[in-house]
Design a protein around this ligand. Structure first.
Ligand SMILES: NC(=O)c1ccc[n+]([C@@H]2O[C@H](COP(=O)([O-])OP(=O)(O)OC[C@H]3O[C@@H](n4cnc5c(N)ncnc54)[C@H](O)[C@@H]3O)[C@@H](O)[C@H]2O)c1
Ligand SMILES: [Mg+2]
Length: 350
């Protein structure tokens, strides 16, 4: 398709969606691209691509911040041609969003073994030189990205990881085929459809009315304490998962659950973090740490937690012996902040 035709198509769909609010029009457009392979392929013509290598996004450093560059289809085709690669590889891209003007955004991993082309994984250093950036571990770069890029890249990484790990049907053993947008994979032999998955995780800030309970796992960075977290078991409600996890990890019974917010968390695999406040039963505050799950847990006063929240860079606090809290981007931080700012989160049962 010519560049002119691509722009004309985008304009047409833009006017078609114009009667809707910007947000509704975007969601309808993305829905169409997920459902219709041809529409999605067309959207690639005028779309933009975020590049990854072995799940590490291509980033460019600008002062203390990272930026994620985008490439047009034409630039991507030129790049692949320069490295002697088949443009068929572009079919491995996954749709990750679009702009208000319906420029579709895709993510493509140039390092993972391709399912739609026979090419070997492309060479990382040569690609980095060519692209004037570096493929950087997302865990290292996350806190130096703006919120929009951080959320887009974590979603893209989670989707790319899911496709990489689900290339075969678990019933027939045959290779599955992804749709153009990457919103599902289908087994051609038995038509079973596989959808990208996230594991639900409850994260609970337990309070006794005046203090909150924070804990640490031995795998946490030194000095960091957080709220209690745990995967939901199959068949469990959120309420049951919260009660079980708190009982399992610190030996307490909670009631008065209050939902706070949720967050997609990509490390180490996709989780849907569901954050809640909960209070212990009156008079039951004696912690019994499950050492198979946690290294330590304790009650912290409002003042102690408020002081920890004010610390500028938690990663520099390890030497002073005091505890510190997860960074702003983590829902644990938001949950703890909410507890400090809203006394109603601590209300004990009557
Ligand atoms: N974003 C945040 O603020 C934040 C804060 C805390 C924890 N987390 C995330 O929450 C997740 C769960 O926390 P946790 O480690 O305390 O959970 P947890 O207390 O349930 O303990 C983990 C154990 O649960 C078992 N498990 C059951 N279902 C599992 C599944 N679907 N995937 C993996 N393991 C499963 C495994 O044996 C694993 O070792 C972690 O991945 C962590 O990264 C995020
Ligand atoms: Mg846990």
């Amino acid at each position: 398709m010519s560049l002119y035709c691509g722009i004309a198509c985008r304009r047409k769909s833009f006017w078609y969606f114009r009667l809707l609010s910007t947000y509704v029009a975007k969601t309808r457009y993305l829905f169409e691209l997920k459902e219709d392979d041809d529409a999605c392929k067309k959207a690639q013509q005028t779309g933009a691509f975020y590049l990854f290598h072995s799940l590490a996004p291509l980033l460019q450093k600008s002062g203390h911040q990272y930026q994620a560059p985008r490439h047009s289809l034409l630039e991507l085709e030129r790049l692949l041609a320069k490295f002697g690669q088949d443009t068929q590889r572009i079919e491995d891209s996954v749709l990750i969003g679009c702009s208000d003007q319906h420029e579709a955004w895709f993510a493509l991993d140039l390092g993972l073994t391709s399912s739609s082309s026979q090419n070997a994984a492309l060479q990382k250093p040569e690609m980095e030189t060519e692209l004037k950036g570096s493929f950087t571990e997302l865990t290292k770069a996350l806190f130096q990205l703006n919120t929009k890029d951080a959320s887009l890249l974590t979603m893209a990484q989670a989707l790319l990881r899911w496709h990489d790990a689900h290339q075969f049907c678990s019933r027939s053993g045959q290779p599955t085929k992804k749709n153009m947008a990457g919103s599902k994979r289908v087994c051609p032999s038995n038509k079973i459809i596989y959808y990208p998955q996230m594991a639900p995780v409850v994260i609970t800030l337990v309070s006794d009315g005046t203090r909150c309970l924070l804990a640490r796992q031995s795998s946490f960075p030194k000095g960091m304490y957080s709220a209690l977290a745990g995967f939901c078991d199959i068949g469990e409600s959120l309420e049951e998962a919260v009660r079980r996890e708190v009982a399992e990890e610190v030996g307490l019974e909670v009631e008065r659950l209050q939902y706070s917010a949720s967050q997609h968390w990509p490390f180490p695999n996709s989780s849907l973090m569901i954050a809640c406040h909960a209070t212990v039963k009156p008079g039951q505050t004696e912690i019994q740490v499950n050492l198979k799950e946690l290294e330590a847990a304790g009650w912290f006063s409002h003042d102690e937690v408020a002081t920890a929240l004010r610390k500028k860079s938690p990663y520099t606090q390890q030497q002073d012996g005091t505890f510190w809290l997860p960074p702003k981007l983590a829902i644990a931080h938001q949950l703890i902040k909410e507890w400090v700012e809203k006394p109603s989160c601590s209300t004990l049962p009557a």
